[in-house]
Design a binder for this molecule. Structure first.
Ligand code: AHG
Ligand code: MN
Ligand code: MN
Length: 333
């Protein structure tokens, strides 16, 4: 069987006019950083990378050593290539400017360097999520406002999953494509062309410990699922919750499902739990490109106009018919 690598895939996308040379370089550089993060994640205790960093990030969350390492790897890898105007990261409060000694390009890169931090020390899958926007701002140092574009403006989005195998899942607006890291060869091999989310599912993902804080539409939806065969849905449903969004989304891309981190009383003041610009938006683009849907409950996630770089939103995404049902329950409430 002929093996297609990520490089070959990207060159073919470029020839077909779906990516620019700079976007291809950007994705290749992110993929290279992902390989370095994968090495660190998989060495675990052998490399002394587990445990707390002893610092807090912008959101007041305790950083793990691997949060800091993954962030450094991504920032450094992407500084010198000349493809970026600036970067933004979950782990960095302000916009990260490109150092003066390097040329600048036309894209903005946003990322969650290590998603699922609570799973690092227990050897459960974690990931990296990224989003690419065009820099529309004038001037040489794009500020926060340059980043505040709705998710519909993303030119590419993807994630890496550091699981039993390391995978890179990617969209440039032409379907969703999955690559598996061949560790011996050191290259990503094109293993999952045009990934799709089945429109129906019997699996749902939600952190049920927050149940008492949920709003009425989500209470109703989950209660109906839990009633199973004897309830209004007339069939049984199963729960899955990894607590790494990347892993939960990857399962949904593979066999369907619905993922919810909805609005609740506990996170209302913050606007939700998950971050819009480097968690919800890239995942929403991927899920929509794969035939699924993504909503806050009230609005398509990709249509949300951001007010702040580190803004949070409620997230409900996955199999089309289930997401539409939850959105309908919000409209009826
Ligand atoms: P991060 O590790 O980047 O802060 O993100 C963790 C997110 C997401 O990956 C996951 O779905 C969710 O937080 C888990 O939240 P709970 O611990 O509340 O279940
Ligand atoms: Mn995250
Ligand atoms: Mn993170």
């Amino acid at each position: 069987m002929r093996r297609v690598t990520l490089t070959q895939f990207l060159i073919e996308q470029q020839r077909a006019g779906r990516t620019s040379a700079d976007l291809r370089l950007l994705i290749e550089v992110v993929a290279r950083a992902v390989k370095a993060i994968s090495v660190n994640v998989s060495k675990g205790a052998l490399a002394g990378v587990l445990g707390e960093a002893g610092t807090d990030n912008v959101q007041g969350e305790a950083q793990k050593k691997l949060d800091v390492i993954a962030n450094e790897i991504l920032l450094q890898a992407n500084e010198w290539g000349g493809h970026l105007a600036a970067m933004a990261s979950e782990e960095v409060e302000e916009v990260h400017q490109i150092p003066f000694d390097y040329p600048k390009g036309g894209y903005l890169l946003l990322f969650d360097p290590l998603d699922g931090s609570s799973n690092i020390d227990v050897n459960i899958s974690v990931g990296t999520i990224f989003s690419v926007l065009r820099n529309t701002a004038a001037g040489t140092e794009p500020d926060e406002s340059a980043f505040l574009q709705p998710g519909t403006e993303q030119v590419a989005a993807g994630y890496a999953l550091y699981g039993p195998s390391t995978m890179l899942v990617l969209t440039v607006g032409n379907g969703v494509h999955g690559f598996t890291l061949d560790r011996e060869m050191g290259s990503f091999v094109y293993t999952n062309p045009f990934m799709t989310v089945p429109v129906d599912t019997s699996e749902y993902a939600i952190n049920a410990s927050n149940q008492r804080f949920w709003e009425a539409p989500v209470q109703r939806y989950v209660a109906e699922l839990q009633q199973g065969e004897g309830g209004p849905r007339g069939r049984d449903f199963n729960t899955r919750w990894v607590a790494s969004m990347v892993a939960d989304v990857h399962r949904i891309l593979t066999r369907g499902g619905i993922f919810m981190y909805p609005m609740d009383e506990k996170c209302r003041a913050k606007g939700g739990k998950l971050r819009l610009m480097y968690e919800a938006n890239p995942m929403a683009m991927i899920i929509e490109q794969a035939g699924g849907a993504a909503t806050t409950g009230h609005q398509r996630i990709l249509d949300v106009v951001p007010q702040k770089l580190h803004q949070r939103v409620p997230v409900i995404l996955g199999s089309l018919n289930e997401v539409e049902r939850v959105a309908a329950y919000h409209r009826e409430a």
